[in-house]
Design a binder for this molecule. Sequence first.
Ligand code: HSE
Length: 322
Amino acid sequence: MANKTKETYKFLLMDSIKIFAPATVANVACGFDIFGFAVDAPGDEVIVRKRTDKQIVITQITGDEGKLTYDISKNTVSVPILKYLQYTQISEGFDIELHKKMPLGSGLGSSSASSVAGVFAVNELLGKPLVSKDLLPFSMEGERVACGSAHADNVAPALLGGFVVVRSYNPLDVFKVPTPSELFVTIVHPDIEVNTKDARHILRNEVSMKNTIAQMGNVAGMIAGLMQADYQLIANSMIDFIIEPVRAILIPEFFEVKNAALDAGALGCSISGAGPSIFAFSKGLETAEKVGIAMKSSFEKVGIIANAYVSGINQEGPKIIG
Ligand code: HSE
């Protein structure tokens, strides 16, 4: 308790803070809008400084090629902060610097990383009036301005770290699932942009009973596989009967890249979030790296430039880096 007081006091003395919040893979094949996990890199960085007046100002944005707005009522970094200040009835002013360290519209949870970093920074600067989990509804508001839907499958793992399940949206209920230590992810991002709003728009509203049953089996299998470190069960569960067949058309070479990942030894492979990034799970770092080379070269064979990232499952979520 004494330590906690000392820690809080230290933060109250701080005038500025720099936060890293991680990229995330949402959906994870079978769990549309309910599964997501955080990776070690890439991630966004946000610097928040206290002001002497009560204004909220975005002072600098880098890494966005000029695409993001400085309007605080429309930017994913500031909207969660405004909602947070409104809810807590704290009237303080902050300058915000947003440094995008990952591409926009990439399927890597770019908007979520910014949303989480901003509100996490403010909560820290104010001496943590709320625990991390309570920041989730505010972070989700950033997602709403980014793509018109306040889904939590990127925001929750970016905020809490680890593999997160959104059990319910109303009421909001999320929980973490432990992941096996040898589970690694490879993410390959082709140099094309997919707008999340469009990728949601093309989805059908009805799902057949047959596909619902098959998908529910895989959702249950994925959770059990992760908890029991059963890599074969994880592999068997990485089939998406509902979303991937519709969205695959948005990603050139999707099936070729997926086959390349499976041939190189991946447990399974699917679209990361709304795409165009494609992710694969592997057992072991070495296989995950081989899978990355295979996926990247599959894109490059047809002239599409792609970046590959390999990571374990990031259990930490946002962190203070300055
Ligand atoms: N679950 C979301 C989707 C993640 O697939 O549309 C993208 O933000």
